[in-house]
Ligand binder design. Structure first.
Ligand code: PEP
Length: 248
């Protein structure tokens, strides 16, 4: 039985002091025995967030990471900077990074490999545009993203990864994919992992849905057989996040 995982993606929101205030507000609301809870926060908020979450069930994630160890890469964050600060998860290949910061399937793959090397759990994002959905190429597109993201990743590593299926047209738009649409793609992702690694890995890997998840939509989405939780943007900055974590 896979454990659910609900992660908040704060994006470029919250100063360090605002981050601590939000964590204090959300702490009692996100307590859960059955769900892994992750706050993925801007780099500058990581240290105060780790401190504020000590002794709670909240894990801290980063929103991005570079694939080199160190050196002349101005503005980038190295994997051991994250682990040393207490980070456990890292979002990789978010559609906003792909659209605005030229991330490709290949750079996502390099980051995934580097994250595993450092014991970080990657939350690997994939998703189609509205045009791709309308052209009927959603599954082909997602399979391509997954196959490249997992190049040279071992079965043991893959079993520990988290994949976030996030249709781009549903992110920040208030348009949630229907439960059927979300389950269809998450099942196809699991099938793709099965083809790459076999049934055990496919059964172990956790697949989230992301895209305008709310307290209202979470219960039905998270009840689907291939949806193991959510990656939540806008609603992760509000009290609603507590209701999403405690969706049952
Ligand atoms: C996201 O950015 O990962 C996301 C799912 O955002 P939202 O929930 O706001 O659509």
């Amino acid at each position: 039985m896979r454990r659910k995982i609900v992660a908040g993606n704060w994006k470029m929101n919250m100063t360090p002091s605002q981050a601590v205030a939000l964590i204090e507000e959300l702490k009692p609301l996100v307590v859960s025995e059955d769900v892994d809870v992750v706050f993925c926060v801007p780099a500058i908020d990581i240290i105060p967030a780790v401190e504020a979450c000590k002794g709670t069930n909240i894990h801290i994630g980063a929103e991005n990471m570079y694939f080199e160890e160190k050196g002349a890469f101005t503005g980038e964050i190295a994997p051991d900077m994250l682990t040393d600060a207490g980070v456990e998860y890292v979002i990789l290949g978010h559609s906003e990074r792909r659209e605005y910061f030229a991330e490709t399937n290949e750079t996502v793959n390099k980051k995934v490999l580097k994250a595993f090397e450092h014991g970080l759990t990657p939350i690997i994002c994939c998703g189609e545009s509205l045009t791709q959905r309308e052209q009927g190429i959603t599954i082909d597109w997602i399979r391509q993203q997954i196959k490249i993201a997992f190049l040279n990743v071992t079965a043991d590593q893959a079993a520990k990864a988290v994949i976030a299926y996030e249709p781009i047209w549903a992110i920040g738009t208030g348009k949630v994919a229907t439960t059927e649409q979300a389950e269809e793609v998450c099942a196809a992702i699991r099938q793709c992992i099965k083809e790459l690694y076999g049934s055990d890995t496919a059964e172990a890997i956790r697949i989230q849905y992301g895209g305008s998840v709310s307290a209202a939509s979470a219960p039905e989405l998270f009840a689907q057989p291939d949806i193991d939780g959510g990656l939540v943007g806008g609603a992760s900055l509000k009290k609603d996040f507590g209701a999403i974590v405690n969706y049952k």
